[in-house]
Ligand binder design. Structure first.
Ligand code: GDP
Length: 443
């Protein structure tokens, strides 16, 4: 997951500072040396690192910080604010034209994730009650048109194509007209990529720009390529006046150098971050939340937003009632798991919880979707009565359940034990919280 190394190293620096009642200039210098190394190791551009460290140092050595009760905390706060600033300060929102359609041109090198991101963006807009049109403007890569059509079908968004014999400039021109005629309010143009930036590619992009006069020119870059991604962004920006960057593959980027340098080097804000191959793995980029995540302070805001958008509140209320009354069964457990899965890959959800990456054992915990599949298989192999009352499952039945679910008895035992403990805990909680009905708190 993104920023793993950086988060760990920064937390080490800060835990040393936090413990101190007084912080000397030497302490700050020592801490900043370590921050500098941590950022360089995360592949952040060296000029950016230099400037960042000198800003933080200057602010940290001031009298108010040194004299405060918790100087360590104040310094962490300074780092947090400067990191946020480094990534653009506040969220850079997607443009919206007063005269629809809003035209978004997608650019980038081959393999950066342009086509996938076009589909994801369409889906995001559609969720916000917009009517996007996807435009197949990459006529050179053999499967690009088909790929976009499949994405379009999947999310039920129209795809405009004129095959691979018409020029992309003409396709783009007609697509915008098509959107106007059909009352579609966003046009997302997927353009051709190349392995390297070349004259021909730039010329084509410039012509598409001239005929469509886009409201957004978004450059899609692969975060895993680190400083190369930043250099690509810089070159594109010099020729095309980008309005924003989309960072893809942040799910596989363990260092984070691109995310931290691209705004500072190019002046272009990061507008979206992609964290996976699935169609809904695209999020608006929030610098302050990203800074929080990097510092291991979690990102509760994003988690809450995800939950609000995806979780059925009626069901959640019913679940809560069941938990309070300790009526929770294995069937409810499965349903709960389904709800959680809607939020995205479980390791990303854990990442958004404050301190999770630091919690003991969490680093090595691999909760993947496959493992969740095994748990589901075990529950599905139980009878209705067993799901409601797991205590009736004897040794023989455990063997049968293991065989039926393609797992082993140890796994079945573990799950039943965990479930039992969970129920006990729920009972205790409901007692403590004056739970609905039984065993309520007496005053
Ligand atoms: P294009 O050549 O720029 O249009 O690239 P594609 O959209 O075809 O994407 C190239 C590959 O990257 C595909 O296999 C995508 O599934 C994958 N990809 C795109 N975005 C992400 C992402 O955010 N995370 C991961 N893990 N893979 C991605």
């Amino acid at each position: 997951m993104a920023f793993e190394g950086l988060t760990g190293r920064l937390q080490n620096v800060f835990s040393k500072l936090r413990g101190k009642g007084k912080v000397s200039e030497d302490d700050v210098n020592e801490a900043m040396r370590e921050v500098r190394l941590a950022l360089l190791e995360a592949d952040v551009n060296f000029k950016v690192v230099k400037e960042f460290v000198s800003k933080v140092k200057e602010k940290s050595i001031g009298k108010e910080v040194m004299d405060s009760f918790t100087p360590g905390m104040v310094i962490i706060d300074i780092v947090n604010k400067e990191l946020t600033e480094l990534m653009g300060g506040s969220q850079a929102k997607l443009a919206k034209s007063n005269k629809p359609p809003t035209v978004i041109m997608m650019a980038g090198l081959q393999g950066a994730g342009k086509t996938t991101t076009s589909g994801k963006l369409a889906k995001l807009l559609q969720k916000g009650n917009h009517r996007p049109l996807l435009v197949a403007g990459d006529i050179y890569r053999p499967a690009a048109i088909k790929q976009l059509q499949i994405l379009g079908e999947q999310i039920k968004v129209p795809v405009f194509t004129l095959g691979d014999q018409t020029s992309p400039v003409e396709i783009a021109r007609q697509a915008v007209q098509h959107a106007k005629d059909n009352n579609l309010d966003y046009v997302i143009i997927d353009t051709a990529g190349r392995l390297h930036i070349d004259e021909e590619l730039m010329e084509e992009l410039k012509q598409i720009h001239t005929v469509t006069n886009p409201d957004e020119v978004l450059l899609v870059v692969d975060a895993m390529t680190g400083q190369d991604a930043v250099n690509v962004a810089d070159s594109f920006n010099k020729q095309l006046e980008l309005t924003g960057v989309v960072l893809t593959k942040l799910d596989g980027d363990t260092r984070g150098g691109a995310a931290l340098s691209v705004k500072a080097v190019t002046g272009c804000p990061i507008k979206f971050a992609a964290l996976g191959e699935k169609i809904d793995a695209l999020e608006p980029f929030h610098p302050e939340r990203m800074a929080s995540r990097i510092l291991g302070m979690g990102d509760m805001l994003s988690l809450i937003e995800k939950a609000q958008a995806n979780i059925d509140t009626e069901k959640a209320k019913e679940m809560e009632r069941k938990m309070r009354n300790a009526e929770f069964t294995f069937d409810d457990f499965l349903e709960q798991m389904d709800q959680v899965k809607k939020l995205g890959p479980i390791d990303q959800i854990l990442d958004m919880l404050p301190g999770m990456n630091k919690a003991k054992g969490m680093k090595d915990l691999k909760v993947d979707d496959k493992q969740m599949g095994r748990v589901e298989a075990i529950v599905h192999s139980m009878t209705k009565a067993e799901k409601a009352q797991p205590e009736i499952i004897n040794h023989n039945r455990r063997k049968r359940i293991a065989a039926g679910s393609g797992t082993n008895v140890a796994e079945v035992n573990r799950l039943i034990k965990q479930f039992d403990e969970m129920r006990k805990m729920m009972k205790q909680f409901s007692g403590m919280m004056g739970g609905g009905g039984k065993g309520g708190k007496k005053n």
